[in-house]
Each structure stands twice: as structure tokens, then as C-alpha cells.
Design a protein around this ligand. Structure first.
Ligand SMILES: [Fe+2]
Ligand SMILES: [Fe+2]
Length: 271
């Protein structure tokens, strides 16, 4: 089983650069084309929020049109730039959104169970796991002891990246207490920081996947804001095999150099 994790398109944002402006819609189209080229094709896509930059219908429609070129199911959760009501309107066929209030759900049909959380606090950039959402999570984790991956937009832990740490998921301690009670959780997988991070938190491996359209700098000191960068964008492939989850970074775009050299021979041992 292969899960492709992709996040933070921010379609609708146009970034001024020293050259010509970069429309993130084009970057999103590249990222989807990359997913289409993957061999083997992932079984499913987890798209963990900030689909659009402004949460408006026209940009969601552009994301929807690009996603429709994929052959595998795509599961969406919201980020701080998203709006639940407009997501529901533009993606009415995403029938796994069965909760009236939150866009959280479980995916049961694969060997690895998936719990997708809704950390959106509308009107804020920080995320939230309040008591209501924690109760829902506790119930989902208690009802089934199968191995499980948890996806969410906002990391509930500090990453050391100064700027996103200021707008992380609130109530992280209480969330961590729920996580620590359930030893069948294989990973917590987030977006939101626009940089790749891997850590170990409350007994669980934790991954933050960078944005598929633009990055933020590696800023480990206090700043008020961050400027976007165009480092190579990535998504992540999670392979679930033999009851073990393995993460691979997958670089979006073409990197054609070095193709003529072939496989180098190992050095011969002397004497
Ligand atoms: Fe984002
Ligand atoms: Fe975000």
C-alpha cells in the first residue's frame, strides 16, 4: 500500500520575485502531473490542507479540475487557509465528510487504517484540537486496534522552525496525551510549515511534509514573518509493507542530470 502525501498548494497566491511573478496555480498543476507520473501509482492521495490561499470557490474549482486528472482517490482535510463550507460546496462527491461540523473522518478500506483530523480554527492561522475533536479522536482510536496513521494540517508539536511554531496546533499537550495512550499509531503526518521535518513525539514517529508549491526558509531564530522560497518542491510517499511504514521524499519536477554516467563501480580493495 502506497499513500502519497501532498500539501499546501495555496492556489490563488501569486508570488512576486526578482524575475517574473510566480503563479502557484502552475506549481500545483506541476505537482499533480508529478503524481500522475509516479510508478507504481499510489493507492490514495492524502491532501492535507491550504488547497487555496484565500479559501474562495474559484480557486477550489481550479484545484478540483487538476485533481480530476488523477486515477486514484484523493482525501482532503482543511488547513488554516481553507473554509469548510466552500470545500463542501466544491467537492460534493467527497462523501467521506460525514460529520456535520468538522471535516474529520477515518479511511477503513486499506491495510493501514487512516484517521484524518480537522484542526481548522476558522479566522485564525493557529490550529485547534479542542475537547470535542479530542473526544472524537479518542473514540476512533479506541474502537479499532488496527495499525493507524494520523493525518492533520497543523503540527501539534514544536518543530524548531520559529515562524510556524507560533501558529501550530493549540491544545497539543492534551492531544499528545490521547496519542500516547494508543500504541497502534504508526505515524503523525502534517503539513503547514512548508518545510520538511521529521521527529519523534509522544512515542510516535512524526513527519511534516513541505509544500508542493513553495517553501519557507530554514529559520531557527525569531522572526516576524517569512519570505517564500522556491527550493525544489516535494511530496512524500508512505509505503506500508510487512506491517511497517517507510517514508520517501519525492521531488516534484524533472531532475535530468547525471543520466549518462551509469552505475559507478565500487572501489577495488587493495592488497
Ligand atoms: Fe500552508
Ligand atoms: Fe497552513
Amino acid at each position: 500500500m502506497i499513500i502519497a502525501h501532498i500539501t499546501d498548494f495555496h492556489v490563488g497566491r501569486i508570488i512576486e520575485t526578482s524575475g517574473s511573478p510566480v503563479d502557484l496555480h502552475g506549481k500545483m498543476v506541476n505537482a499533480i502531473a508529478h503524481l500522475r507520473r509516479l510508478k507504481p501509482q499510489p493507492d490514495l492521495i492524502m491532501l492535507t490542507g491550504d488547497l487555496s490561499n484565500h479559501g474562495n470557490e474559484a480557486d477550489y474549482i481550479r484545484v478540483r479540475q487538476a485533481l480530476q486528472t488523477l486515477d486514484m482517490p484523493v482525501y482532503i482535510i482543511p488547513g488554516n487557509h481553507d473554509r469548510r463550507a466552500i470545500l463542501r460546496r466544491v467537492f460534493p462527491d467527497h462523501i467521506y465528510w460525514t460529520d456535520d461540523k468538522f471535516l474529520h473522518y477515518t479511511i477503513e478500506k486499506y491495510p493501514l487504517r487512516i484517521i484524518a483530523l480537522d484542526t481548522l480554527l476558522e479566522g485564525a492561522h493557529e490550529g485547534m484540537m479542542d475537547e470535542e475533536r479530542l473526544e472524537w479522536l479518542e473514540a476512533r482510536l479506541s474502537e479499532d486496534g488496527r495499525k493507524t496513521a494520523v493525518f492533520m494540517h497543523h503540527p501539534p508539536f514544536q518543530t524548531g522552525l520559529y515562524y510556524p511554531d507560533r501558529i501550530m496546533c493549540r491544545n497539543g499537550d492534551a492531544f499528545g496525551n490521547v496519542i500516547a495512550r494508543h500504541s497502534h499509531i504508526q505515524a503523525i503526518i502534517c503539513g503547514h510549515t512548508h518545510r520538511d521535518v521529521v521527529t519523534f513525539w509522544r512515542g510516535v514517529p512524526a513527519y511534516v511534509t513541505a509544500s508542493a508549491t513553495f517553501t519557507n526558509g530554514l529559520i531557527l531564530y525569531p522572526v516576524d514573518d517569512v519570505d517564500p522560497l522556491f527550493e525544489p518542491p516535494t511530496c512524500r510517499l508512505f509505503v506500508w509493507e510487512n506491517e511497517r511504514l517507510t517514508s520517501h521524499l519525492s521531488f516534484i519536477d524533472e531532475y535530468p542530470y547525471g543520466l549518462s554516467e551509469g552505475v559507478p563501480k565500487p572501489p577495488e580493495n587493495e592488497g
